[in-house]
Every structure is written in C-alpha cells, then in structure tokens.
Write a protein that binds this ligand. Structure first.
Ligand SMILES: [Zn+2]
Length: 138
C-alpha cells in the first residue's frame, strides 16, 4: 500500500502537465514499514532519455544520488518512482516492468491533452506489476 501526502500528489500532477507531451519522472521520498510505503515528498528529476522522451523515461544515476542525499537530510529514503504516460493509460508497459525493482512503488499518471486524467500505483510481486491501494493524507 502507498500512503502519500496530498501536496506531493499535487506537485507530481503539475509536473506531469508541464512536461506534456513528454514523459515526466521523479522519485518518491518517504519511509517503508513492512508493506506500507509512506511518501512525504516528490523529487523532480529531468527525463534523461536522449531520444524517446515522449514514451520513455530515464533517471540519471547522478540525479538518483542527489535525491538520496536529499532524502537522508530529512531522515527519509527513496521509496518509489513516478512517471507519466502522455496520451496513454496509467498502466505499466512491459518496459516499465522489466526495469522495476522489488520493494518500491511506481506511480504512473495518465496525461491526456495536457491534463492528468488518472494515476495509479504499482509494485512488483514475483516480478510482475500489481496495482496497490493509494491513500492520501494531509
Ligand atoms: Zn511507463
């Protein structure tokens, strides 16, 4: 299950709309307790994919390290990744699944004509993505 601060969701949505028609991406900073990941903030990273920004995203390892550093300052860790699907549903692609890691949450936002229409969170179970419940908190 993913618990996420409402302000972090707002930030992610705004970022996904700003980057349309390209995929936006970033990291979720929070804490993990058993099967529950709690997100307190979103860390924006540039889409480092050199030529397919409209349907692929990549996070530069340097940005990953910066996010980790930022998280540590607040006593947090990286608990997930978010990215958008411009003019596509909020379901993971097989490419998304292949590159995912166990123990992290993956939020995918569907952006249609520049507006976020839906988002869902996924996590790996035995190497396959499964949808997880998302709970907002103040
Ligand atoms: Zn994707």
């Amino acid at each position: 299950m993913l618990r996420i601060k409402a302000s972090a969701v707002e930030k992610i949505k705004a970022q996904a709309e700003k980057d349309y028609p390209y995929e936006t991406c970033g990291l979720l900073l929070g804490k993990t307790q058993g099967d529950i990941r709690t997100v307190f903030g979103a860390y924006e990273t540039p889409n480092a994919n050199p030529e397919r920004k409209h349907d692929r995203y990549e996070i530069d390892p340097k940005d990953y390290l910066k996010a980790e550093e930022k998280a540590r300052q607040f006593g947090l860790e990286i608990v997930g990744v978010y990215h958008s699907h411009p003019d596509h549903p909020d379901r993971p692609s097989s490419f998304d699944e292949e590159r995912a890691f166990e123990g992290l949450s993956y939020i995918i936002l569907s952006v249609s004509k520049g507006k976020v229409v839906s988002y869902r969170s996924w996590h790996l179970v035995d190497g396959k993505f499964r949808e997880e419940e998302v709970l907002l908190f103040g």
